[in-house]
Write a protein that binds this ligand. Structure first.
Ligand code: GH3
Ligand code: MG
Ligand code: MG
Ligand code: MG
Length: 310
């Protein structure tokens, strides 16, 4: 008997026959799987949504909603068909077999059930499900690594470039304003010289986290643009909205109060920002927006730092 824990695979058994359900439950529990039952197609769909099982064992002939219809509807609930459906049925004619596969079942077992065959098939399906989940996790991790900056965890430059292009095109289609904020830490070289490179790195992490917080709408993107320069892409945001974000950043940075005794604008770390907004038009590249924000940033530095300019 295999030990059942809450991490054990969950098998949804849908069959209108109580005795068959009991036998299937016993067999699956013996394999160490958790089991949940449904006695017709409709309750199978509801139970599927509620419990997100790993595998479905589905009877073909049931009242209210038969297994084929149920199988088809499960596809809508699980468009990528991550949860394999194994049909169990006494119907063995070619038409029923074809119907089962066409409805989305990945496998087929006939009644009376050949238990050794069922065990092997379910084991194989569980293995596939686990492998698929692992691959998906690995893919997500790879994507995260490829798009984020290792030190600060915000988006990296490459992701920034791609996202700006994408949002530029979308904003152009929708004739929506697109804003860009460029941020540069004030007197960061003296900070490194005073507190050491390690503290400099920690300062970058704190500021990145603060900017990430400021990029709070789902389409906003905070990125590390260069060494101690960051950028925030603000789609669907006009100049007034972008200035509000810049003001919030300044307030929060003031509250964060990272000590910097060699700063020439106070005793704490400050940043200067350049803000630019446009409604993109054809034949003009996103580069324009970056240049405008860069010019504004330069003006902010020129006007004494610890401020933003537009
Ligand atoms: P300003 O107010 O004009 O911006 O002066 P600044 O000293 O900040 O400007 P500058 O561009 O001269 O210096 C940037 C410094 O940022 C120099 C570089 O050593 C530091 N820096 C860049 N990337 C990193 C990093 O990843 N870690 C650390 N600790 N420092 C970095
Ligand atoms: Mg039946
Ligand atoms: Mg700089
Ligand atoms: Mg600087």
């Amino acid at each position: 008997m295999n030990l059942i824990t809450e991490d054990s695979p969950l098998i949804l058994v849908a069959d209108d026959d109580k005795v068959t359900r009991a036998c299937l439950r016993q067999a699956m529990e013996q394999e160490g799987y958790r089991v949940i039952e449904a006695n017709d197609g409709e309750s199978c769909l509801a139970t599927f949504t509620r419990t997100q099982p790993d595998v479905v064992l589905l009877d073909a002939v049931m009242p209210i909603m038969d297994g084929f219809t149920c199988c088809n509807k499960l596809k809508d609930l699980d468009p990528e068909q991550r949860t394999p459906i194994l049909m169990i049925t006494a119907l063995e004619d070619a038409e029923s077999v074809n119907h089962a596969f066409e409805s989305g079942a990945v496998d087929f077992v006939t009644k009376p059930i050949h238990w050794a065959v069922l065990y092997q098939r379910v084991r194989r399906l569980i293995k596939q499900v686990r492998l698929y989940a692992e691959l998906e996790r690995a893919n997500q991790e790879l994507k995260r690594l490829a798009t984020s900056d290792g030190l600060t965890q915000v988006a990296n430059r490459r992701h920034f470039d791609e996202y700006l292009d994408q949002e530029w095109q979308r904003s152009q289609r929708e004739q929506a304003p697109l804003s860009l904020l460029l941020c540069d830490i004030d007197f960061f070289k003296p900070f490194n010289d005073t507190y050491g490179h390690q503290s400099g790195d920690e300062c970058l992490q704190k500021i990145a986290a603060l900017l990430q917080e400021a990029a709070k709408r789902s389409l906003d993107l905070a990125a590390r643009y260069g060494g101690e320069e960051f950028a925030i892409i603000l789609p669907n945001t006009d100049l007034e909205g972008a200035e509000q974000v810049a003001q919030d950043i300044q307030t929060n940075l003031q509250d964060l109060a990272i000590p910097h005794r060699k700063s020439q604008v106070g005793e704490i770390v400050t940043i200067s920002m350049g803000v630019a907004t446009t409604i993109p038009v054809p034949f003009i590249a996103p580069r324009m927006l970056i240049e405008a924000a860069d010019r504004a940033l330069y003006q902010a530095k020129d006007s004494g730092r610890n401020c933003y300019r537009t």
